[in-house]
Design a protein around this ligand. Structure first.
Ligand code: TUI
Length: 312
C-alpha cells in the first residue's frame, strides 16, 4: 500500500484527508474516516464555537486517532472557533475561504498542524513563511467555494513554489486521481464529494442521491460576478442565481438569497431550492458505502494504477 511522508507526519495510515465540508462533515463522518485510517475533518462552517467544541468532544470520545477541524475563515465565528481548536489541542486544522495568517501564532503554540486550503500560488508563498505545515491545493473542480485554476495546473505550480508537503484537492474521487496527484508532486489528496456519500455521513439521503445521479456537466458555478464563486449541482436555486447574475442583480440581494441554503440542502434534503454543493467528480460517485470501503477502494486502485504505469 502507498504510504507517503504525510502518513508519518500525521500518524495516519493512508494519505487521504476528508474534506471539511460545512454541515456535511460532522463528527460522525470524521470519526469514520479517521477510524478507517484517513484524516477525518470536522467542518466548522459558520457554526458557533461551542457547537464546534461539542463536535470535537464527540470525535475525541469515539476515536484515539488523529483528526482535524476545517475553519471557514469567512464565518463570523472564525476567531472563537480557532480559540476552541487551539484550547482543545486539535491535531490538524485546515482553513478555507481566506488567509489564516493572523491565527498562526496561536495554533503553533497549541501544537496544531496547519494546512491552509488555497487556490493560488501567491498566497501559498506568503503563508509558507509563517510556519504552516503543508498546503491543500484546491482546483476549481471542487465543490463549494472555488478558485479559478484547475487542479492539474495549480498543483505542480504550488509544489514548485513552496518547500512544504502539498495535498491535492478538487477533481479526485478514486485511486486514479490519487495516483495522478502523486505524479504531480502531491503527498496526499483531500476528497470531499465522495465522502458525502459515505454511509456514516449524516447528510440527507436526497442530497446523496443527487450526487449519485449527477453526470459530467451537472455542476455549475454561481456567484462569479459577486466574487464568491460556488460550485453546486444545477437545480432551481442555481438557475435563479444564474438568471439574476445575467440580469445584473445587486450583490447584496444575491447574498441574501443564499442565506441558509446549504443547510436546506444538506439537513432538510431540499434538492430544488437548497445549495447543492458538490464537485465535478459527483458523476464518479456511484453508491453510498462505508468510509472504510471508500478508502480501501481508493488505495487499492491507486496501487493498481501505479503498477499499470510501470508496464505501459
Ligand atoms: O473554502 C472552501 N470551500 C468552501 S467554503 C464553503 S462555505 C460557504 N458557504 C456559503 C457561501 C460561500 C461559502 C463552501 N465551500 N475551499 C477552500 C478554498 N479556499 N478554496 C479557495 C479558497 C481561498 C480563497 C481565497 C483561500 C484563500 C483565499 O484568500 C483570500 C485572501 O485573503 O487572500
Amino acid at each position: 500500500m502507498i504510504r507517503t511522508k504525510l502518513c508519518e507526519m500525521l500518524g495516519i495510515d493512508y494519505p487521504i484527508f476528508q474534506g471539511g465540508m460545512a454541515w456535511v462533515a460532522t463528527a460522525e463522518l470524521a470519526v469514520a474516516v479517521s477510524e478507517a485510517g484517513g484524516l477525518g475533518i470536522v467542518g466548522a462552517g459558520q457554526a458557533p464555537a461551542e457547537v464546534v467544541r461539542a463536535e470535537i468532544h464527540k470525535v475525541k470520545a469515539a476515536t484515539l486517532r488523529p483528526f482535524g477541524v476545517n475553519v471557514m475563515l469567512r464565518s463570523p465565528h472564525a476567531r472563537t472557533v480557532m480559540e476552541v481548536v487551539a484550547s482543545e489541542r486539535v491535531p490538524v486544522v485546515t482553513t478555507g475561504a481566506g488567509n489564516p495568517g493572523v491565527f498562526m501564532p496561536m495554533l503553533k503554540a497549541s501544537g496544531t498542524k496547519v494546512f491552509p486550503v488555497l487556490a493560488s500560488v501567491a498566497l501559498a508563498k506568503r503563508l509558507s513563511r509563517l510556519g504552516i505545515d503543508g498546503i491543500v491545493a484546491e482546483g476549481l473542480e471542487s465543490g463549494g467555494h472555488v478558485g479559478e485554476i484547475t487542479t492539474m495546473a495549480l498543483l505542480p505550480q504550488i509544489v514548485d513554489a513552496v518547500d512544504l508537503p502539498v495535498i491535492a484537492a478538487g477533481g479526485i474521487a478514486d485511486g486514479r486521481g490519487l495516483a495522478a496527484a502523486l505524479a504531480l508532486g502531491a503527498v496526499g489528496v483531500q476528497i470531499g464529494t465522495r465522502f458525502v456519500c459515505a454511509s456514516e455521513c449524516t447528510a440527507h439521503p436526497a442530497y446523496k442521491q443527487a450526487i449519485i445521479e449527477a453526470r459530467d456537466r451537472s455542476t455549475v458555478v454561481t456567484g462569479r460576478p459577486t466574487g464568491h464563486p460556488v460550485r453546486v449541482i444545477e437545480n432551481h436555486l442555481a438557475r435563479k442565481f444564474l438568471k439574476m447574475e445575467a440580469e445584473g442583480a445587486p450583490a447584496d440581494e444575491m447574498e441574501k438569497l443564499g442565506v441558509g441554503k446549504l443547510r436546506a440542502a444538506v439537513v432538510d434534503g431540499d434538492v430544488r431550492d437548497g445549495s447543492m454543493m458538490a464537485g465535478q467528480v459527483a458523476a464518479m460517485v456511484k453508491k453510498v458505502q462505508p468510509a472504510r470501503e471508500i478508502i480501501r477502494e481508493i488505495m487499492s486502485q491507486a496501487d493498481q494504477t501505479l503498477e499499470r504505469l510501470r508496464t505501459l
